[in-house]
Write a protein that binds this ligand. Structure first.
Ligand SMILES: N[C@@H](CCC[C@H](N)C(=O)O)C(=O)O
Length: 289
């Protein structure tokens, strides 16, 4: 369909999927911003673009609503997998996807309606090395390093799961507030220690195998859920000895299950929903550049 889109969400983290070969315009940063605008466009936490790949069954580019490009997205991958299945682009239930943050493998769980309503993704390995995020701090690994943000002295654990994450833990029983997220999120995202910015998780252990997180996404701001954030926070919690795998990650939008292997390979399992399919109107497209 010309200028067609598929819209889905993973626990309230919503994405628009597009096939650039069907578009009459380029996915430039300004066009991405216009489409993702919640008042003036379709509104979305980002755009997923199907691209060719020589290494995998499918290639995926991930764009944030501010027009920047992300290396990986956990919810984005589940939504992309559902799109591929729902639109008949694949008949397989097991396939690979090439992202800028590495190759991942997907397993679809098809329900009695024939929908891929849950997806398991082998997300790759977490690393705590500063160069992977990148982070300019000189340390072997970014484990509980000091940082100052919004006039507060904090400790963070830096994790890359293909994309960068800054996880800040409070002790069990001391929950973070939304106000904390709205002040610390942007301050940490744009902190000088992170030259390519970072995603932020305010985390607290809530059980021997459970954590709760609030999420501030690079290029998107506050979101209801994030797959790569869940992977990063679960990895950090296991590395710090706060919880054991498999880790249940609770977020405002719902819960993801993350398995953290001894070598920090990550498996994410969670639900995904389709919301709509349609096409951008010709008059909206004429307003794009
Ligand atoms: N919502 C995503 C993460 C999307 C990318 C992120 N904003 C970045 O810039 O790295 C997820 O579910 O992982």
């Amino acid at each position: 369909m010309k200028n067609g889109f598929f819209r889905g969400h993973g626990l309230g983290n919503d994405y628009i999927v597009m096939d650039p070969t069907e578009l009459s315009f380029q996915l430039t940063p300004s066009n991405i911003k216009a489409i993702c605008d919640r008042n003036w466009g379709l509104g979305s936490d980002g755009i997923l673009a199907l691209v060719p790949s020589k290494k995998a069954d499918f290639g995926l580019r991930i764009f944030n609503p501010d027009g920047s490009e992300a290396e990986k997205s956990g919810n984005g991958l589940r939504i992309f997998a559902r799109y591929l299945h729902a639109t008949g682009k694949t008949k397989k239930k097991h396939f690979t996807v090439d992202t800028k943050g590495g190759l991942v493998t997907i397993d679809l769980h098809v329900d009695r309606h024939g929908d891929a309503s849950a997806v398991t993704v082998e997300m790759g390995r977490a690393t705590f090395k500063p160069e992977a995020l990148p982070c300019t701090l000189s340390a072997g690994e970014l484990i509980q390093q000091p940082i100052e943000a919004a006039d507060r002295k904090l400790s963070f654990t830096g994790v890359s799961v293909g994309n960068p994450h800054c996880v800040v833990f409070k002790p069990a029983g001391e929950p973070w507030s939304r106000e904390d997220l709205l002040t610390l999120g942007p301050a940490l995202e744009h902190h000088t220690l992170f030259p390519r910015r970072t995603n932020v998780q305010l985390a607290v252990p809530t059980g021997p195998k459970e954590i709760s997180i609030l999420i501030w996404e690079r290029g998107a701001g506050e979101t209801q859920a994030s797959g790569s954030s869940s992977c990063a926070a679960a990895s950090a919690a296991v590395r710090l000895g706060l919880v054991k795998s498999p880790v249940t990650v609770k977020m405002p939008g719902g819960t993801l299950n993350i398995e953290v292997a001894p070598d920090f390979s990550l498996t994410m399992k969670g639900p995904v929903a389709e919301v709509a399919r349609g096409a951008l109107s010709p008059s909206f497209v004429r307003g794009l550049r």
